[in-house]
Structure formats: C-alpha cells, structure tokens
Design a protein around this ligand. Structure first.
Ligand code: ATR
Length: 262
C-alpha cells in the first residue's frame, strides 16, 4: 500500500504576523527536499498566546515565534537550549521525545548571513546600538565567533549596563568612548518609525560594515545615514531572517537548505 504523503504542520506565532515572509521562505526550503508543508500564520495577543499555542502545537511539527512573544512563550515549554537560555528568548519550538523544546536561531542566523557575505567576525570590535531583545538575541553568537569586544550604546544607559553584565567582553559605550568599529549593528526599533540613532564619523574606518537587524523600509533610515557618512558596506536583516529560518528548518527536519533571498 502506498503511504499518503505527510504534510507537516508548522507556523509562526506573533502580533502582528500578516506580512511575514516566513511561509514563503520555509515553503521554498521544503521544496528543495520534496517535503510538504502547511505553514500557518497565527496572530495572537499576549493573553491569547497560551490557549492558542497549547491547542495548536499538539498537532504540529513545530513553530516559529516572533515579536512580541519570544519571551512570553518560554513558560509554555518544557525545556530550552543553551542558546535560548543565554538570549532569554525563543524563536523556534520543536518536539523531542514528546516534550517541547525552545531554541533561538536569531544570533546564529545573523552569523550565517555575515559568513555568506564574506564578513569575518573574529577579532572585530563590534558596536551594538540598542539594548532590547533584538540586541540580546545576537550578542552570545557574536561572542562565540571570537569578536574582540562588544560595545553597547543605548538611550537608556542602565539597560545597556544590565545587558553588558551578562556577557564577557561586553561593555557599555558612552560618549567618551573614542573607537572606530569593524562592525556596527543597529538593534533598536527606531526604523519602524522612520527614525535612526545618530552615527558619528569617528566610528568608521574604511572597512567598517553596517548591518541593520530590520529589513525593508524599517532598515532604510539607518543604512541611508551610514551611506551618507561614506560607508559602502551596508546590509539589512533580510539575510539574517533567511539564516534564522534555515537553522530552524534544520532543527525540524535535520536537513540544511540552500538559502536564496526571497
Ligand atoms: P526589541 O525586542 O525589538 O529589541 P525592545 O526590547 O522594545 O525591542 O527594545 C527596543 C530598543 O530600541 C531599545 O534599545 C530602545 O531603547 P531604550 O532601551 O532606551 O528604550 C530602542 N529605542 C526604541 N525607540 C527609540 C528611540 N526613539 N530612541 C532611541 N532608542 C529607541
């Protein structure tokens, strides 16, 4: 008897999620291996998340989690990986021996994208602008890659201090810090309001790379400001989005997809 082809139920929980690229990215990955997916977008407020997630996940192969639920999801899981523990956030949920695990592939997704772009992280002094969840999500992966130092700049200075204290080689940058950086990463939410943090000419040398964790319209103000200061290696976070998705796909299916930008 011919077995029916299994269709794997996956999805993304967030609020909002309607414009997510994830169904397109994962469906393209699945096609590379002849896997059939039903990748759903599930919009849930914080109050709706526990009942919706607990019901939906019973029949699912796994899911992704996005803003604002990367922390909210954690109490609903049985275990987290070391990466999720270090970043205090989960973007990928999967089943293992009947129990629910949470992992975070965001930081390693960024690293994967930078590697694809030929950027060597080892020995680089990195400036991270922002000290929220997006910043915390990438710092452990940068450290694992052997960056020499991470400086954090944030409007709320105390929040930057608190974040820096969690990691080695991680310091708060104040206005007296007079360095130039090998890599400048924008991790605030300002781009979603058409704004960007101020950049200083003294931060740049001729090989400084600028990366905005947002993509599309939200990345434009910061990347445009960097270009105005003469920086010509600027990237938005679309590659990171694909990188984190590829690593999630590998967790669910044990297969490494080829990454092509949507
Ligand atoms: P995320 O989880 O996406 O990082 P978050 O935790 O709300 O979101 O953090 C947003 C980041 O953007 C913070 O670093 C925030 O700075 P504060 O810690 O000072 O709030 C930063 N941010 C948001 N709006 C900003 C603005 N108008 N000016 C400067 N920084 C801003």
């Amino acid at each position: 008897m011919v077995e029916p082809i299994r269709k794997y139920q996956l999805g993304l929980f967030g609020h909002p999620v309607a414009h997510s690229q994830s169904p397109k990215i994962h469906t393209e990955f699945a096609q590379q291996f002849g896997i059939q997916l039903d990748y759903q977008l599930i919009d849930a407020t914080a109050a709706e998340l526990p009942p919706k997630f607990n019901h939906w996940i019973k029949t699912a192969h796994g899911c992704n989690i996005t803003v604002p639920h990367k922390q909210n999801i954690m109490p609903l899981l049985d275990h987290y990986t070391e990466r999720a523990h270090l970043t205090q956030a989960v973007n990928t949920v999967y089943w293992k021996k009947g129990e629910l695990w949470g992992d975070n592939t965001d930081g390693d997704g960024l690293v994967l994208d930078l590697q694809k772009k030929g950027v060597k992280l080892e020995g680089k002094h990195v400036l991270v602008i922002g000290a929220g969840g997006a910043a915390q999500g990438i710092i452990p992966s940068l450290i694992t890659q052997g960056v020499s130092r991470i400086s954090i700049k944030n409007r709320n200075f105390q929040k930057a201090i608190k974040l820096s204290e969690n990691f080695e080689n991680c310091y708060v940058s104040d206005d007296k810090e007079n360095h130039c950086y090998g890599l400048i990463i924008h991790a605030t939410s300002m781009g979603h309001y058409g704004l960007h943090p101020e950049l200083q000419t003294s931060w740049f040398h001729e090989n400084t790379i600028v990366y905005d964790l947002s993509y599309g319209k939200a990345a434009k103000p910061f990347l445009a400001a960097a270009k105005t200061l003469g920086c010509n290696q600027v990237y938005d976070g679309l590659g990171m989005l694909c990188g984190q998705a590829a690593l999630a796909f590998e967790i669910w299916f044990g297969k490494k997809p080829n990454i092509t930008l949507p």
